[in-house]
Design a protein around this ligand. Structure first.
Ligand SMILES: C[S@@+](CC[C@H](N)C(=O)[O-])C[C@H]1O[C@@H](n2cnc3c(N)ncnc32)[C@H](O)[C@@H]1O
Length: 211
């Protein structure tokens, strides 16, 4: 099967919560600055080898995928939003296999794209949206190669906000430990000024130490 046949654009019945954002996602300066900063923070913290097999879970339009893919052997990019993945498909990245899939701990095992093992799994602004964040991290961690790394970036939860959203350092640490990962670091991933605000997401990094 060649890559075009393998890459799947639409499983048909997924409600697309991100359809409206998809068309303009790549042109939003904050989104692009976030991807640039996430990539720089990844390179500063985790080995990214030329032979690495990488999973970008919740890849969106592939902003992080397109930064990682020239540096590694292959990126598998998966997202629940057909519209987001449709934009990724137009980029025709040569060493990227992609698919539309809403992975949960119950569904992930059925997807051959999830087979792994992966040397690196990245989740950029995805984990806070998951129905079962700890369970999903555990399922992803099972797909890491020995010494493989898991890296996530998420907005820090402000419990005093009108509509609290995001994760805490403590919650990320507990999820990484619960997934059997060695916690490499949890803290502010980067600090990027944008208009009159700062983007300061949390970055969590875990490493699989067991065989
Ligand atoms: C804020 S966007 C981030 C997209 C991309 N990672 C980026 O940084 O530009 C969150 C993405 O997570 C995806 N997502 C959320 N839950 C998911 C799940 N269970 N399985 C796959 N993708 C999921 C959404 O479809 C959406 O595209």
């Amino acid at each position: 099967m060649d890559r075009d046949e393998e890459n799947q654009l639409s499983p048909g019945d997924l409600a697309d919560a991100w359809a409206e954002e998809a068309a303009t996602w790549n042109e939003d300066p904050a989104v692009v600055a976030y991807a640039d900063a996430a990539w720089a923070s990844l390179l500063a913290s985790v080995p990214v080898g030329s032979d690495a097999h990488v999973l970008d879970f919740g890849c969106g339009t592939g902003l992080l995928t397109e930064r990682i893919s020239p540096r590694v052997r292959e990126v598998v990019a998966v997202d629940a939003s057909p519209a987001m993945v449709e934009v990724l498909a137009t980029k025709a990245l040569p060493n990227v296999r992609f698919g539309v899939a809403k992975w949960t701990p119950e569904t992930i095992s059925d997807d051959e794209l999830a087979a792994g093992p992966f040397d690196l799994i990245v989740c950029s602004s995805v984990c806070a949206f998951l129905d079962d964040y700890p369970g999903t991290v555990a399922m992803l961690a099972d797909r890491l190669a020995p010494n493989g790394y898991f890296a996530q970036w998420d907005w820090e939860l402000d419990p005093t906000a009108a509509e609290p959203f995001g994760l805490t350092s403590d919650g990320i640490t507990k999820a990484l430990v619960g997934a059997g990962l060695e916690v490499v670091s949890v803290g502010i991933g980067f600090d990027v000024p944008i208009e009159d605000q700062h983007m300061r997401p949390l970055m969590g990094i875990g490493r699989r130490v067991r065989e």
